[in-house]
Write a protein that binds this ligand. Sequence first.
Ligand SMILES: NC(=O)c1ccc[n+]([C@@H]2O[C@H](COP(=O)([O-])OP(=O)(O)OC[C@H]3O[C@@H](n4cnc5c(N)ncnc54)[C@H](O)[C@@H]3O)[C@@H](O)[C@H]2O)c1
Length: 379
Amino acid sequence: MSARRVLVTGGAGFVGSHLVDALLARGDRVRIFDNLDPQVHPEGRRPHWMPSDAEFVQGDMRNADQVRASLEDIDVVYHLAAAVGVGQSMYQIADYTAVNTMGTAHLLQALVDDRNGPKKLTVGKLIVASSMSIYGEGRYARPDRQEPRGTLRPVDQLRAQQWEPRDVDGTELRPLPTDEGKPLDPTSIYALTKADQEKMVLQIGAAYGIPSVALRFFNIYGPRQALSNPYTGVAAIFSARLLNGQPPLIFEDGEQRRDFVSVHDVVQALLLAADQDAAAGKAFNVGSGRGVSVREVAETLARVLGSGIEAQVTGKYRVGDIRHCFSDISLAREVLGYEPRVTFEQGMEELVAWLQEQDRPQDGVEAHAAELAARGLTL
Ligand SMILES: NC(=O)c1ccc[n+]([C@@H]2O[C@H](COP(=O)([O-])OP(=O)(O)OC[C@H]3O[C@@H](n4cnc5c(N)ncnc54)[C@H](O)[C@@H]3O)[C@@H](O)[C@H]2O)c1
């Protein structure tokens, strides 16, 4: 069997670069399409980890012609390129929509136009990176086991530092693992664009018979995570603070729970999504299947780094933030055969070992916090 030709958009980034390594190791031929966004790649050139045996095309998802050209002679597309950041998306609305929603539109338009056209694009599989952010709040239960009618956190409640969501009648709710059937409720522009990307890919895939899969990633961490970017994962942000001798800044009370998944497990899910024919047309949660509090993240990182610096609980709240969301991964287990292998402790150790080899990252957290405050986006 001849090698598959695989396009990875965003292949210079954190998740994309690990995927590229895994594809090359399997014997695939890989093309990377990435604009080297300066926020992610402040050095302004290809990252040193980009393998020379992958073809690199520097191009922008906002440029329809460049996107179209990148698809020539490709069998499998992994669409990972995106503007990534919840807080930032709330003031760079047009940019996020242009890169994520319109970028995906350019990709799909090219596939549809050229499927039977002169270029004969022959893409046979399309996998898109979606996000847990599209759920908004995760699943909750009432004490009486009835279905909650809302997960409300009105501003007055937050000002009073009562963080747990309540049902419409004021009953406090208990968080449950979130499954794919949870109704979507994107609470930021970033989340809206991720929901757009997922639905656009699955709709066009179904309409034109291109097997397509959306993977809803939870909070991914691991080596090569962009540390200088203050808008991405909390583990990287906290690590950067600790390495700069600063306390991690925790919003609310630190008991909010998220699901931290190692980039190696995410790569496993990405490979399976293209391999398993039964995955076509579906969206899958890709997480660790376990909820961890933000306070535990800060404590684990400080322990692993041997730092005595304690996290600072700010009691502040960010517009668009949810309280709890962690994954139910039954569907991915069943259909993809996905099984997370890296425990939280192991993964944090790997992250920290990598961090210690890096130059001290500039941390932009305070500038980001000031930007949000100046725009009235923190309470
Ligand atoms: N990291 C996470 O925790 C997480 C969670 C949920 C979903 N995701 C999704 O996974 C995907 C990969 O995320 P990541 O963490 O690797 O992010 P990343 O920022 O490290 O990588 C994204 C890559 O896309 C490139 N890019 C950005 N704008 C582009 C444009 N206009 N044209 C071409 N390339 C562009 C960047 O240069 C970068 O190399 C994204 O779609 C993201 O929304 C990530």
